[in-house]
Design a protein around this ligand. Structure first.
Ligand code: HEC
Ligand code: HEC
Ligand code: HEC
Ligand code: HEC
Ligand code: HEC
Length: 499
């Protein structure tokens, strides 16, 4: 794990304006604005409030309802009539014999899970109920561009009745038949059902199965942006890793998404025996198709146990490279006094925020536990209730019970000012995620007892999980709660002597 602190962009200190918003206090628990004892003081190290594009960032929906324009239609990605012939697309399984690595890696990726994902299905079904089917294709335009543009996905569609190629989600040909891009968000790709296989090899060896065409687009971040930046029909920004990347150090240096999410290796682009028969050369710039991120499939039948363990190891390694935590405090305190604990969290990614993408579903938070010389926990924040939830506004057992809780994910506020988990009900999207290479320092105030002297141990952790249990309960998927992992991205411990 890289711990190169010299990379940090820490410049000046200013407090997060978000903490002034009452609703944001409820969402993120940052009570620094009034700074009473036992509340958190937060210091964002950015030149000024606006320079950190996401931290304390609030995005507002234009209108919740777009009005006269038919919200179902978009000539490119949600056409009124089919613009592609479904039968012109081939299943990924047909590529496996010649491209076994690509196939096996893709099969275990979230791209091949995009239409199976029970969380996706439950949310789409909730949207179908809320809009009576009318806006069904909004969610599927990226998760299955082939099914959406090919006419398989229509109003009131049911997942059980979809074609196999639609259920393959982001399958090989939804990327390799892309011939151009018209916008870096909302399924902005030009997808041509008759296209040759577009890819990064400039001098592809011919084969009997498909034509090949060199495509510089496939080696750019814009290619990923077509699906990875998501704007709701209300105009609200939902996901924007590409927008974050454009102004990041990696973006400025031209280091693309693929450089981290599609690591390179040497070998032949086809099975070695086929390579020999066709004269396909050894290449030193092949790309892994795992597309590792933070998510793992929750369903049992998608991966074998070994595949799941391998995928988990890749996710954990990526997360451990993503951030770090540091803790400091004065070495001694008088019994009965208060320990001021300074906790700094840093985003080590120079390409996008931590977290990024669907930050509204993610949880990234600081956990602090202080234990006195007798082994008694004297202070805690970022711990879980008996349901496994953080003790914030979504906790059923201890709502708002953790006043000091600091999270770095985002949250939606509906038109009535209440938190919601449904993107289409959101009027505001408030994000507290950390911009590339930025850090934030929070102060926690730990009280000590006048009676107990000796060392107090303060353990801090930067913790992540892909979904909170309350979300799975809300969506009627409690059976998957046990599958959720918490990853400790980093941890740091100090002791303070109480005299
Ligand atoms: C009969 C074997 C065979 C099958 C089946 C096959 N390919 Fe290929 N493919 C090749 C060969 C050979 C190359 C060229 C490799 C090289 O030059 O190193 C290639 C190259 C490619 C390229 C790179 C093109 C470029 O110029 O960058 C892509 C993308 C690709 N194939 C995708 C697919 C997909 C998707 C499928 C399934 C729908 C598939 N292939 C099925 C043999 C095959
Ligand atoms: C310098 C390496 C690097 C580059 C370049 C990079 N990423 Fe990431 N990405 C990471 C790391 C590390 C994580 C895990 C931490 C996180 O979620 O932010 C991640 C996570 C993600 C996730 C999962 C986020 C979540 O919480 O759901 C997505 C999606 C993603 N990246 C997309 C992109 C896209 C799109 C680009 C290009 C615009 C890109 N990444 C460029 C390193 C990188
Ligand atoms: C999410 C989009 C996406 C999907 C899905 C996808 N690929 Fe790719 N593939 C790419 C990109 C992007 C590159 C080139 C990366 C670069 O040059 O930076 C690539 C490169 C390739 C290459 C060229 C050799 C290499 O490794 O660079 C082959 C062959 C290939 N893919 C085959 C496949 C097959 C077969 C499948 C399905 C089993 C598949 N791809 C699924 C995006 C995708
Ligand atoms: C055709 C649309 C599409 C394209 C193109 C695409 N993605 Fe994705 N990607 C998705 C969707 C949808 C998911 C989420 C699937 C799910 O979990 O249900 C995803 C998931 C991911 C994840 C896993 C995120 C996590 O939370 O673990 C990573 C990483 C990722 N994509 C990277 C990339 C990169 C890098 C590129 C460009 C080379 C790319 N994607 C191109 C649609 C796309
Ligand atoms: C513009 C393309 C696009 C559209 C439209 C889209 N998604 Fe996604 N979806 C993605 C990408 C990319 C990811 C991966 C993001 C990540 O992991 O951070 C994703 C991931 C997901 C996931 C996987 C779990 C998670 O949170 O990462 C769920 C669930 C999901 N989307 C639901 C939806 C729903 C519901 C809608 C409609 C309201 C929708 N998506 C519309 C591109 C899209």
């Amino acid at each position: 794990m890289t711990k190169d602190v010299s990379m940090r962009r820490a410049v000046a200190h200013s407090s997060i304006s978000i903490c002034m918003l009452l609703v944001a206090v409820h969402l993120f628990g940052c009570a620094g604005a009034s700074a009473p004892p036992n509340a958190n003081d937060s210091v964002q190290s950015a030149p000024n409030d606006n320079s950190n594009p996401a931290n304390g960032n609030t995005d507002t929906a234009d209108t919740i309802d777009a009005g006269e324009a038919n919200p179902l239609l978009d000539p490119l990605s949600m056409p009124g009539e089919a613009t592609l012939a479904m039968e012109n697309f081939r299943s990924a399984s047909q590529c496996a014999a010649c491209h076994p690595n690509h196939y096996n890696e893709w099969r275990t990726s979230m791209h091949s899970y995009a239409m199976i994902d029970p969380v996706f299905r439950a949310l789409v079904e909730a949207r179908q109920r809320d809009f009576d089917g009318e806006r069904d294709r909004f969610c599927t335009q990226c998760h299955s561009a082939i099914g959406t543009r090919g006419g398989d996905i229509v109003e009131h569609f049911s997942f059980d009745e979809l074609e196999p190629i639609t259920l393959e989600g982001i399958t090989c040909e939804s990327c390799h038949k892309v011939t151009g891009i018209v916008r870096p968000y909302n399924s902005g790709h030009v997808l041509d059902d008759n296209a040759a296989m577009h890819g990064p090899i400039q001098d592809p060896v011919e084969n009997a199965f498909h034509e090949s065409k060199y495509s510089p687009l496939h080696d750019t971040s814009e290619f990923c942006a077509g699906c990875h930046d998501v704007v709701e029909q209300s105009g609200l920004n939902l996901e924007r890793p590409y927008e974050e990347w454009v102004t990041s150090p990696a973006g400025e240096a031209g280091r693309n998404c693929q450089s981290c999410h599609m690591p390179t290796y040497s070998g032949t682009a086809v099975d070695p025996a086929i390579a020999e028969a066709l004269g396909a050369p050894e290449r030193d710039n092949l790309h892994r198709h795992w597309f590792s991120g933070v998510d793992l499939p929750l369903t049992d039948d998608f991966l074998s146990e070994d595949e799941l363990e391998e995928a988990r190891a890749r996710v954990v390694a990526l997360l451990e490279s993503a951030g770090e935590i540091e803790v400091t405090a004065a070495p001694t305190v008088v019994a009965g006094g208060q320990i001021d604990v300074f906790v700094t969290v840093r985003n080590l990614i120079d390409a996008h925020n931590l977290p990024t993408g669907s930050t509204f579903n993610r949880q990234l938070w600081i956990s602090v536990t202080a234990t006195d010389a007798e082994g008694t926990a004297i202070y805690q924040t970022g711990d879980l209730d008996a349901n496994g939830d953080l003790r914030n506004h979504f906790s059923e057992l201890d709502p708002y019970g953790d006043a000091d809780l600091i999270t770095f994910n985002s949250g939606f506020i509906d038109a009535d000012g209440n938190p919601t988990v449904y993107p289409w009900k959101a009027a505001e999207h408030i994000s507290n995620s950390l911009a590339p290479l930025y850090e934030v320092t929070h102060t926690f105030f730990v009280p000590t007892s006048p009676e107990t002297v000796g060392p107090v141990t303060i353990e801090t952790r930067l913790r992540f999980r892909a979904f909170p249990p309350f979300l799975l309960r809300t969506l009627g998927l409690p059976q998957y709660i046990d599958k959720l992992d918490i990853t400790d991205i980093d941890e740091a411990t100090i002791t303070v002597e109480v005299e």
